[in-house]
Ligand binder design. Structure first.
Ligand code: HEC
Ligand code: HEC
Length: 363
């Protein structure tokens, strides 16, 4: 009886994951959607050059499907969107670490995804240095999607739906990994977050109130040594005092093998930071109040602790009064971009494009 139940459960699972989406042969391309890569005027020059991978409606929509489709994982249970959810700016809501394949926990905290075209390096340790190569890491990662890229491409090739869509997008008879990466780069590269209240303030379209302005002033004095510019990051790797020793995760050292990089992690952008809890590379801090208290009084000293944290008297940290903390929090609120998290170009195509696919769900 138990076995029978188990088998029928499996059959249901398998049939759910196959039928509905294979029937979705046509990607509806909505009218009047903007598929142009348009760098906002107040952003610096992008790093990624779309000249080598021109965005098209079909290429972008294909990338969008791939992002939301678990087909790229070994057992078709995990998609990019399992760990990157739009309503929290494509971080993973409430997860210090995410559940990957076979319900294993990821090594680190998922990173929010936006403005990738302006970055030179990706991941907490900068382990990937080209936008197009990003998907290869989660696809191959045994804790995340655990799939061989060539097998993922094979699965796409034997799918009538994807064969057709790739041919329409790239004009070739068979799918290769480059086309898969191009499509995902078109989709993820267009994820631009540039319309927060702070952006409107910078472009003279909105004003900040007193606490927000005071917060910006304190932030500029005390935080922007690292969290600088319109992205609130100088793209460096630093040790902000989370541990006395870094044993299980040495951070940037994993890439450079330099002892001087032990305990250093990417300075993250703080755009949408109110949404992307929990915080830090391992998601150890759950609230922004606690983050501020970490800087104020919770820091650990180690050999690579950033020198900017040392006070003249030999103690370390960033002293913050209660009112300074309140104002910084008010400023951080202005970095939330509701346009971005509600932009239907980036939503789940399997949920929105066809109402008969109601039983499609992500793990
Ligand atoms: C099982 C969870 C999981 C899945 C599935 C997953 N990711 Fe991630 N993603 C993470 C984690 C965790 C990190 C941080 C990894 C690190 O720094 O070592 C991350 C980091 C990233 C980043 C880095 C952003 C930055 O600013 O550095 C991008 C981009 C990204 N993922 C895109 C993708 C794409 C595209 C897919 C699908 C092909 C995908 N992810 C699948 C969990 C996941
Ligand atoms: C010396 C550089 C430096 C300074 C100064 C600094 N930070 Fe950071 N910040 C970092 C680094 C590096 C991380 C990521 C650390 C990690 O995860 O291991 C980080 C992480 C954060 C995070 C978590 C973001 C996320 O997505 O997980 C927040 C919030 C934050 N900092 C806010 C601030 C504020 C507010 C100030 C000023 C009071 C400040 N930081 C000062 C380097 C710095």
């Amino acid at each position: 009886m138990k076995t029978y139940l188990f088998i029928s459960f499996l059959v249901v699972l398998v049939s759910c994951s196959r039928d509905p989406k294979e029937s979705l042969m046509q990607v509806p391309i909505p009218a009047k959607v903007n598929y142009q890569f348009e760098p906002p005027a107040h952003f610096p020059k992008p790093v990624y050059d779309f000249m080598g991978n021109p965005v098209t409606a079909k290429g972008f929509e294909l990338g969008r499907m791939l992002f939301y489709d678990p087909v790229l994982s070994r057992d078709s249970t995990v998609s990019c969107s399992s760990c990157h959810q739009q309503f929290v700016a494509f971080a993973h809501s409430d997860h210090a670490r995410s559940h990957g394949i076979d319900n294993q926990l990821t090594f680190r905290n998922s990173i929010a995804i936006f403005n990738l075209a302006w970055q030179k390096e990706y991941f907490w340790d900068g382990g990937v240095n080209h936008l197009e190569l990003i998907p290869l890491a989660p696809i191959a990662n045994p804790l995340e999607m655990d799939e061989v890229a060539s097998r993922a491409v094979h699965k796409l090739n034997i799918s009538p739906r994807y064969s057709k869509l790739f041919k329409e997008a790239f004009g070739k008879d068979s799918i290769d990994s480059q086309q898969m990466l191009f499509a995902l780069a078109q989709f993820s590269g267009l994820m631009i977050s540039s319309n927060s209240k702070y952006d409107q303030f910078v472009t003279n379209k909105a004003t900040l109130n007193k606490p927000e302005l005071d917060g910006l002033t304190i932030f500029t004095q005390k935080c922007s040594g690292c969290h600088s510019g319109v992205f609130q990051t100088d793209n460096s790797y630093r040790n902000n005092g989370l541990n006395r020793t870094f044993m299980s995760d040495t951070g940037r050292e994993r890439i450079t093998t330099l002892k001087s990089d032990i305990g250093k992690f990417k300075v993250p952008s703080l755009r949408n930071v109110v949404l992307t809890s929990p915080y830090m590379h391992d998601g150890r801090i759950s609230t922004l109040d606690q983050v501020l208290e970490h800087y104020n009084s919770g820091m650990y000293k180690s050999l690579t602790l950033d020198s900017t944290f040392y006070r003249p008297d030999g103690t370390y940290g960033i002293s913050l009064s209660d009112s300074e903390k309140q104002n910084i929090l008010a400023f951080l609120q202005t970095l939330t971009d509701n346009t971005f998290i509600n932009d239907t170009r980036f939503s789940d195509p399997f949920q929105t494009s066809s109402s008969n696919i109601s039983n499609h769900s992500h793990p």
